[in-house]
Design a protein around this ligand. Structure first.
Ligand code: COA
Length: 349
């Protein structure tokens, strides 16, 4: 069976830079607090009424397609990972199919938040290894800034997240030895609500009383969204940051070690680890606990914040563009996030 390579990679971030200082004008926070706790200096926000998750994803895809040396007509499957889709349904995959004028190929949306790109790589890898598809377009894209609570109430979440997109084209490897060595996916739903956006939603409060909607007067009234939700402004993401932090620093290294062990490799063999850009302190802790040397963990959260499904490919793209990823390098991608879901992808570039 042929291995899968990343044949082309591209990214797109909105022009608008939002500094920590700008956020201090909206909520009780400070540049010092944000930098000390997260490492984030600035992030990008999409241009309202113009840019969306799908349009930014399409821009990133155009670059990835060109760099892969193919055209849009060669794409034979689309995978789109996001938690901030343009529409509740249909997904962003079909919107990209339309924007890029792709053939009537399959389009799959992945709802795995921060680990969405890793899950997408794994899905693409299975299709390519079996010979089903030859040019898979995988996109991670987010527009968080359209639905964050910019008051002090939401500051623990809103200072962290940013907008952006990145995409890759996956193909069968032209050479022995190069390509994805393995992918490893995990989940644990016990703490699904710890990092979540339950509303609007179809849950009716069955998983958690806290989010139980009041019974509407009309027995057929919407349980998805109602006036009470709007009045209480109960439609923002929720996060218990410390609980997420504690799990992330354990589960990401575990997924990396699982990949290394499966392939008979050691930590020292890694040329570059590209972790999900959740928090600079998480990346630094992983580097320290795993004993990864200087320059072996790539971070760009300082400039973009946490871009969820876009974060791993956005970092990988910059690492590649700046010459930190070269042919033959052992590159490991790892992510952890809402769900919880997490995983890793190990590849010989
Ligand atoms: N500015 C200023 N103060 C803030 C703040 C902000 N933006 N956000 C929270 N605080 C305050 C809290 O209200 C709290 O105040 P209190 O002590 O008076 O109650 C204090 O800072 C400490 O809050 P805490 O949540 O314990 O801080 P923390 O050190 O855990 O840092 C995170 C918060 C969110 C930065 C951190 O927990 C984190 O990054 N966790 C991982 C999150 C993550 O990775 N999410 C995405 C996963 S994919």
């Amino acid at each position: 069976m042929s291995k899968t390579i990343i044949a082309g990679i591209g990214s797109y971030v909105p022009e608008r830079v939002v500094t920590n200082e700008e956020l201090t004008r909206l909520m009780d926070t400070s540049d010092e607090w944000i930098q000390a706790r997260t490492g984030i200096e600035e992030r990008r926000y999409a241009k309202r009424f113009e840019e969306t998750t799908a349009t930014m994803g399409a821009e990133a895809a155009k670059i990835a397609i060109e760099r892969a040396g193919i055209t849009a007509a060669d794409i034979d499957f689309v995978i789109f990972a996001t938690l901030s889709p343009d529409y509740y349904f249909p997904g962003c995959g079909v919107l990209v199919q339309r924007i890029l004028g792709l053939k009537e190929v399959g389009a799959l949306d992945v709802r795995n938040q921060c680990s969405g790109f890793i899950y997408g790589i794994s899905i693409a890898d299975q299709f390519i290894k079996t010979g089903m598809y030859k040019n898979i377009l995988l996109i991670g894209s987010e527009t968080h800034s359209y639905a964050l609570d910019f008051s002090t109430r939401g500051r623990n979440v809103s200072v962290i997240f940013g907008d952006g997109a990145a995409a890759v084209v996956l193909q069968p490897s032209p050479e022995d030895g190069r390509g994805i060595l393995s992918t490893h996916l995990h989940s644990d739903g016990h703490n699904a609500e710890i990092l979540s956006m339950p509303n609007p939603g179809f849950h009716c409060g069955v998983h958690n009383e806290q989010w139980k909607p009041s019974v509407p007067e009309n027995p057929y009234g919407s349980l998805f969204i109602n006036q009470e939700l709007l009045d209480k402004e109960d439609f923002y993401p929720y996060m218990d940051g410390q609980a997420v932090f504690k799990k992330a620093v354990v589960k990401m290294p575990e997924a990396v070690m699982e990949a290394l062990n499966q392939n008979g490799l050691a930590v020292d063999d890694i040329d570059l680890l590209v972790p999900h850009q959740a928090n600079l302190r998480i990346s630094q802790m992983i580097q320290q606990t795993m004993g990864l040397g200087e320059g072996k963990v790539f971070n760009n959260i300082q400039k973009y914040g946490n871009t969820t499904a876009a974060s791993v490919p956005l970092a990988l793209c910059e690492a590649w563009e700046t010459g930190k990823v070269n042919k033959g390098d052992l590159v490991c991608l790892a992510a952890f996030g809402s769900g919880f879901t997490w995983g890793s992808a190990l590849m010989r570039w």
